[in-house]
Design a protein around this ligand. Structure first.
Ligand code: BTN
Length: 254
């Protein structure tokens, strides 16, 4: 009987010709990628692991993935984009990820500001960008492919969303292609973000990093990735970082 193909072998096949590192387990692919970037890893170098021991999420949270069920990867980016615009990189990565997911699985997902990917309002993927502005960005991506962590969490997986293929290395290969594309025309990619956003035009609650909270309608996304919130008193606030909760759409009654 043929031996099942390991995650490492399948990744080596899918990423042939690319600069990559693959592990069966590591602490956090973001940490490995950062070390590699400091040693000079080139643009679009990829680190992926079948499982992670201490995956990290945004704002100091942990990222838990069901064993062997998630795409866990970190890409070293050295964008030619002016450093003043590096804040939009997580948004561009979201656009690339949505495109890769649709290309490989036919599942249509949407983008929640700042960097979540949703299927029917449930989280299917998260993005954590870290780095050294002007030098490199580590774009860490976790996708729930064939399982989502925990019960009762508003999370889902590509499998539950009806994906027609569940091949993590192949999804990573598609993601690298799409990342290269969005970086060629960031403004077009930002427009694509706006068109495919589930946050814009929604009533939202934004919790800022200092703990303060704003509630209003998410009106627009500016060219630096800031989200403009229209408050009930009609004043506008531009939010550059924070956590967004989607409330009900304005004009709907429940
Ligand atoms: C979030 O939604 O808070 C972002 C989650 C990012 C998780 C990924 S999994 C691969 C990479 N390594 C990490 O430690 N985190 C990112």
């Amino acid at each position: 009987m043929p031996r099942p193909v390991s995650f490492e072998d399948a990744t080596a096949r899918a990423l042939e010709g690319r600069s990559f590192k693959v592990f069966s387990s590591c602490s956090s692919t973001n940490d490995v990628a950062k070390e590699w970037a400091l040693e000079g890893a080139p643009h679009l170098s990829a680190v992926t692991s079948d499982t992670q021991e201490s995956g990290r999420g945004r704002v100091g949270r942990s990222w838990h993935a069901k064993a062997h069920a998630g795409l866990l990867c970190s890409i070293v980016l050295r964008p030619e984009l002016d450093v003043s615009r590096w804040g939009i990189i997580p948004l561009l990565a979201g656009v690339a990820l949505v495109r890769a997911i649709e290309d490989r699985t036919s599942v249509k997902t949407t983008l929640k500001w700042p960097n979540d990917v949703l299927f029917e309002d449930r989280k299917v993927a998260g993005i954590l960008c870290e780095g050294q502005p002007g030098d490199f960005v580590i774009c860490g991506i976790g996708v729930n492919v064939s399982g989502a962590p925990g019960k009762g969490i508003a999370a889902t997986s590509l499998m539950k969303a009806g994906a027609r293929r569940l091949d993590r290395p192949d999804l990573l290969a598609a993601l690298l292609v799409q990342l290269e594309e969005v970086l060629k025309d960031p403004d077009a990619a930002l427009d694509a973000w706006r068109k495919n956003s589930s946050t814009l035009k929604q009533k939202v609650r934004v919790t800022m990093l200092d703990g303060s909270v704003l509630e209003g309608v998410a009106e627009s996304l500016d060219d630096s990735g800031g989200l403009t919130i229209r408050l009930p008193d009609h004043s506008k606030h531009v939010v550059l970082s924070g956590d967004v909760e989607h409330l009900r759409r304005p004009g709907t009654s429940y």
